[in-house]
Design a protein around this ligand. Structure first.
Ligand code: SF4
Length: 258
């Protein structure tokens, strides 16, 4: 079976649905970051990731032994049924991980669209399954040097080119912990000409103040965000970026399931 995902979108081959490693399904809650900040949503978190970021705040969805322990294998219909049991009636489902781009999610996204949901998905941009362009909002969060990971810009270039071609809504988000990360954000902005991209395509660019799980207080987070904002506003490469504080961390800290 194939589906046409929209006028400018590619035709995606739908293979039989695989069983997917689900770590958590929860909602209603609000999205804490990006252009949907404050928007009611349900969350689906999948297990498995090809990265091992030094400051990862979801190791329970990354480390293979944790994923084996925590994940429940579910098909797209089962996940949709679980979403139907939740309270509220948000428009959006946020798909996160781990890195959900390592999984065959085309049938799952198709199910969510059939049910009337809009789908936002976050990935670091290290893998490029063509179904990425089925989602209504793609958040690309390439990881800066403090993560200990190295960005594969060939893959990221392809994803961004595909998003421009398909006129997809894209949030590019970079977490900033230190000076090297700030310089990395400048490089990403220059590489993808983010200022022009935001004018001519449905792209938005966010800098997000990094938080140390269990260490950063709300005041630390706000102070660091103000510093980042004051600096980026005067930087030629970052002056059009929105500086965002992870609102869910402000509200709930790093508690799971909110
Ligand atoms: S890419 Fe995201 S989920 Fe994967 S290790 Fe890094 S922070 Fe964790």
């Amino acid at each position: 079976m194939t589906i046409d995902t929209g006028s400018a979108r590619p035709v995606v081959e739908l293979k039989p649905a695989a069983m997917l490693p689900v770590i958590e399904i929860f909602g209603p809650t609000v999205q804490g970051e990006g252009r949907l900040v404050g928007t009611p949503c349900h969350f689906v978190r999948f297990g498995g990731c090809d990265y091992r970021c030094s400051w990862c705040d979801t190791p329970f969805a990354v480390l293979p032994e944790e994923v084996r322990k925590n994940a429940v294998r579910m098909g797209p219909k089962d996940i949709r049924r679980e979403l139907d049991y939740l309270d509220g009636a948000p428009l959006w489902v946020i798909v996160s991980g781990g890195n959900p781009a390592i999984l065959p999610l085309a049938p799952f996204i198709d199910h969510l669209h059939d049910r009337g949901f809009k789908v936002a998905l976050e990935t670091q941009g290290s893998k490029y399954p063509k179904w990425l362009h089925m989602v209504d909002l793609l958040t690309l969060s390439p990881k800066p040097p403090s993560s200990g990971m190295v960005t594969d810009f060939d893959v990221l270039d392809e994803i961004i080119s595909g998003a421009i071609e398909t006129e997809q809504a894209v949030d590019v988000k970079i977490v900033i912990f230190n000076e090297d990360d700030f310089q990395y954000a400048r490089e990403v902005s220059a590489r993808y000409n983010m200022g022009m991209r935001m004018q001519n395509s449905d792209f938005r660019f966010f800098l997000s103040q990094g938080t140390n799980v269990g260490q950063s207080t709300r005041d630390d987070l706000l102070d660091a965000a103000v510093n980042l904002m004051e600096r980026s506003l005067r930087d030629p490469y970052l002056c059009k970026a929105a500086v965002a504080v992870q609102q869910h961390v402000l509200y709930w800290g790093h508690r799971r399931g909110v």
